[in-house]
Structure formats: C-alpha cells, structure tokens
Design a binder for this molecule. Structure first.
Ligand SMILES: Nc1ncnc2c1ncn2[C@@H]1O[C@H](COP(=O)(O)OP(=O)(O)OP(=O)(O)O)[C@@H](O)[C@H]1O
Length: 273
C-alpha cells in the first residue's frame, strides 16, 4: 500500500458571508450571496453547478484574484486581500497561459524568476515539478511541440513550482480528450497523496467530480448558493474503471444529478458525461 505525505496545512481556506456583485446601480448583478464555505486541508473538493452559476467567480475570490463585495476570504487567520504564495491556480486555457517563445523549463521557471528565486534553486524546483507531472524528458521542448494534455501538465508543474499548499483548478481538463483527462485526474490524486496539498477543482463533469473529490459541493440558483454538500466515501486510492463501477460511486452520481434537478437547475446546462 502506498503511503501519503503529511498534509501541508497552512490553515483552512474559508469564505465567510461572501457576496459578489458585478456592476453598480441598475446594472448591478449579484452572482454570489451569503456564501459560507470551509475547505478541509488535504482534501480534494470539487465544485459543480450549471454554466454561469459563478464557479469561476468563486475560485477567483478564493485565490484573492478578485475581492468580495461583502464578507471575507480567510486562509487560517489571514484575510485574503490579493494573491498569496500559498495558493496556486490552474486554468482551463493552458494554451493562453504558456509563453510560446520559452521552452517548457523556462515556462515553469518564469514565475519563480519574477519572484527573485535564484538560478540554481529555480532550475531544481522546476525540474522536480516537471518530474512530478512526468515531463522530465520534455524540458527542452517548446509548448507548441506538446499535446494539449502535456501542456496542461506544464501548467500544473508551474503551479506546483510555487510550492503552494493549495491548488485551485478551474475546469482544468475540460478541453482534453477522455483518455488524457483520465490520466490527468489520476495525476491530480497522486499529487494530493504525494505532496499533501489541498485541491479545489471546478468542473462540469459529475463523474470527474465524484472520482476526484473527497467532497462535492453543488451550487445553484442566482445569486448562487450551496444546494448540496456531498461527502465522497470512496477511499483515497481510486482507479478509473474499478472506482466508477462501484455501487457507491453510482449512488453519489445519481444523488448529485437529482439534487441539481430538485433545486430547479436545468440539467441541460450541466455537461453530462
Ligand atoms: N468581471 C465580470 N464582470 C461582470 N460580470 C461577470 C464578471 N465575471 C463574471 N461575470 C458574470 O458572473 C456570472 C458567473 O460567471 P462565472 O464564469 O463565474 O460562472 P461559471 O459557473 O464559472 O460558468 P461556466 O461554467 O460557464 O464557466 C456570469 O453571468 C458572468 O457573466
């Protein structure tokens, strides 16, 4: 049996009474209201809900990229008022996040350089992170020489190079084919196990949410609220075919789908597997 790393706990990431309104006056649009959410360190938490419900907005709030209109986001006792080193973000659009004129190694090193990390440490950290995502033999390639899945691995390596304790992923595998998505889902679980990091994944795909999550939080409505909060008791070691064939997996998947239906969210706007 494989052993897990100790959890890298820098405090619990929490949204407390969070509201987010875009625009002002008659153009004001409240996307999220009165949101309380606590993310257990070391867990993978998946956020699901229909398109436009505010999942990306919530992820940006949790990462400090944008600020709540009301309420606060905390990491432990610290109030998050901007991006922090403990939190890294991976987006769906890996192509847009690569610097095409830089090799893979340079792409992973770049943010470290911007932070003033010395040359030798930069190289060591980037190499280690590329190894973690299985790209140690592709360091000298340019991003455009890699497949979509490999480019997303580079994006994950770059996020890991920050040595963050919390990884926020926004639809990270949404534009990849099924086989590559499965591989990267398994990689995500391995990273959690080997690094002890906390992972939050926004996804449309309910199978992906149940496969990855220790917990699945379902959002719905406008302004959005939590319509269900599901503990996924499938153990930590998961395997695509065997785990998805388990009766507990199928029960959870059905529960989440029916919660979405019961709360008046059109399932047509949720991408089904
Ligand atoms: N900067 C912004 N200014 C104005 N409105 C915004 C802004 N960012 C997001 N919105 C609006 O907030 C709502 C929620 O968007 P968001 O992208 O968070 O939803 P989502 O659940 O992630 O959707 P999807 O699943 O399609 O990615 C949308 O109506 C969007 O137009």
């Amino acid at each position: 049996m494989s052993t897990s790393s100790p959890i890298k706990d820098v405090g619990t990431l929490r949204a407390v009474g969070v509201q987010k309104t875009f625009g002002t006056g008659s153009a004001a649009n409240t996307i999220i209201a009165d949101l309380d959410l606590e993310l257990t360190p070391g867990d993978v938490t998946c956020l699901v809900g229909p398109s436009g419900v505010g999942k990306t907005t919530l992820l940006r709030l949790l990462s400090g990229l944008i600020q709540p209109s009301e309420g606060k986001v905390f990491l432990g006792d610290r109030s998050i008022t901007g991006p922090v080193e403990d939190i890294a973000v991976v987006f769906q659009d890996y192509r847009g996040s690569m610097l095409p004129w830089m090799r893979v190694l340079g792409n992973v090193e770049f943010p470290l350089q911007a932070r003033g990390v010395g040359k030798r440490e930069r190289f060591e950290r980037a190499r280690r992170c590329l190894e973690l995502v299985g790209l140690q033999d592709n360091m000298d390639k340019f991003p455009w020489q890699l497949s979509g899945g490999m480019q997303q691995r580079v994006a994950i390596a770059r996020a890991l190079a920050y040595d963050a304790s919390i990884l926020l992923m926004d639809e990270p595998f949404g534009s990849l084919d099924a086989q590559t998505r499965f591989e990267l889902e398994e990689l995500t679980l391995r990273l959690r196990r080997d690094l002890g990091i906390t992972i939050i994944v926004v996804t449309h795909d309910i199978d992906e949410a149940v496969f990855l999550g220790d917990r699945v939080v379902v959002f719905g409505g406008r302004p959005s609220r939590i319509v269900d909060d599901v503990a996924v008791n499938l153990g930590r070691e998961r395997e695509q075919l065997a785990t998805k064939a388990r009766p507990e997996f199928i029960e959870l998947r059905t529960r989440i789908l029916s919660e979405i239906k019961n709360n008046g969210i059109p399932t047509s706007s949720v991408r089904l597997p």
